[in-house]
Design a binder for this molecule. Structure first.
Ligand code: ATP
Length: 356
């Protein structure tokens, strides 16, 4: 697949010295839905605004369908954007909002009506075409904003936290609708969010940004199963990976051990180098057992019943470890023993956070 958008060593500094993006290398394939995710202030919107031409990079280059973006004015980039705050014209009806881009392109009135009504039907907003945006709910307004993009059908679709203002129940529905729309009409898309669940469910690939740097780009499975960095491991999942800082100890004639405070676990893998390290285990990758049988013993501080499973918070020394289990006979303040499922463990360099 050829690339639609390609960032090469792109940096952006805002005066006087805010480094919003640092040496970004990133490619969006033609027709791909890429989600850019990261915490507040990591540079997500800046990345999108560079593609849209609303900002210029300080260093590096961005190619859009093979052309250097500095040679393309924003209106020549053939892209559309959906924002969190909808950005609809308040004085225009829903129809006029959706038709706006087509009118600018001087399409004929019958053609415009056909396109607007077709998309409005798909988005189930046909009955609102005569209303003004302030006569609609947040979810309906977001559909209008999406509809406005879809009727123009630009080659690149940019989304800046479009579901951020919607209540959680409504978001799940919109998520699957966005995924369906992309399947039906696969345009090259960048979707920005700080919500890891949204990234996992929507992205064909996910780019994780942290402090202006790309930490990992991969499919949702790669990001979840093989996080390249402790930050990625802790960011994805609900809750994320439990990280335990400790060290690997090797002694002649004894099994290699992982130690952290009172925790001492013999390791099945003797190849681990001695020294400081961080062990990461997802909440669903612990095995619970009777207090004498596991390798770590702690006290159950809290049990949350989430219907199909329970989320247990245990305290071991001053560590909190979260465990997901389908067992129901779990009681707060009781002792519990847990063992990591080693084949699903993650190891990170203690001081850089990089995966080993
Ligand atoms: P959020 O999720 O909160 O919207 P974000 O990941 O989209 O955050 P950006 O809006 O891209 O982050 O901002 C990245 C960094 O650049 C932040 O530190 C922000 O304060 C800074 N920044 C963004 N725009 C400007 C600007 N016009 N002038 C100065 N600093 C800016």
């Amino acid at each position: 697949m050829s690339s639609a958008i390609s960032f090469k060593q792109v940096s952006k500094t805002f005066p006087p010295d805010v480094q919003a993006l640092k040496s970004i290398d990133l490619t969006v394939a033609e027709g791909e839905f890429l989600v850019v995710v990261g915490p507040s202030g990591c540079g997500k919107s800046t990345l999108l605004r560079l593609v849209a031409g609303l900002e210029n990079q300080t260093h590096g280059s961005i190619d859009i369908f093979g052309k250097d973006s500095v040679q393309l004015a924003p209106q020549e980039r053939n892209l559309g954007m959906v924002f969190q705050n909808y950005a609809l014209f308040p004085h225009l009806s829903v129809f006029e909002n959706m038709a706006y881009g087509l009118k600018v392109r001087r399409e004929s009135a019958p053609e415009i009506r056909k396109k607007v009504e077709g998309i409005a039907q798909k988005l189930e907003i046909l009955e609102f075409l005569r209303r003004k945006p302030n006569q609609l709910s947040g979810g309906q307004r977001q559909r209008v904003a999406l509809g406005r993009l879809l009727v123009r059908d630009p080659k690149i679709h940019l989304f800046d936290e479009p579901l951020g203002n919607l209540d959680p129940q409504f978001r799940a529905g919109m998520r699957s609708e966005l995924a369906r729309l992309h399947r039906e009409n696969p345009r090259s898309s960048i979707y920005v969010t700080h919500d890891q669940a949204e990234a996992m469910t929507l992205g064909q690939r996910i780019c994780v940004l942290c402090k202006g740097e790309v930490l990992q780009v991969g499919t949702p499975e790669e990001i979840y199963d093989l996080p390249s960095h402790r930050f990625v491991a802790e960011f994805f999942g609900s809750p994320g990976v439990n990280c335990i800082d400790g060290k690997i100890v090797k002694k002649e004639g004894e099994p290699t051990e992982f130690r952290s405070g009172s925790i001492q676990i013999p390791l099945p893998n003797h190849d681990m180098p001695a020294g400081s390290i961080t062990l990461g285990i997802r909440p669903e990758n612990w095995t619970l057992s009777a207090p004498e049988n596991g390798v770590i013993t702690g006290v159950i501080e809290r049990v949350e019943n989430l219907g199909d499973h329970r989320l247990i918070q245990t305290s071991i020394d001053d560590l909190n470890i979260f465990i997901k289990t389908t067992k129901s006979d779990i009681k707060e303040k009781e002792a519990v023993s847990i063992s990591p499922q080693w084949e699903k463990s993650h190891w990170f360099e203690r001081y850089t956070g990089k995966r080993i």
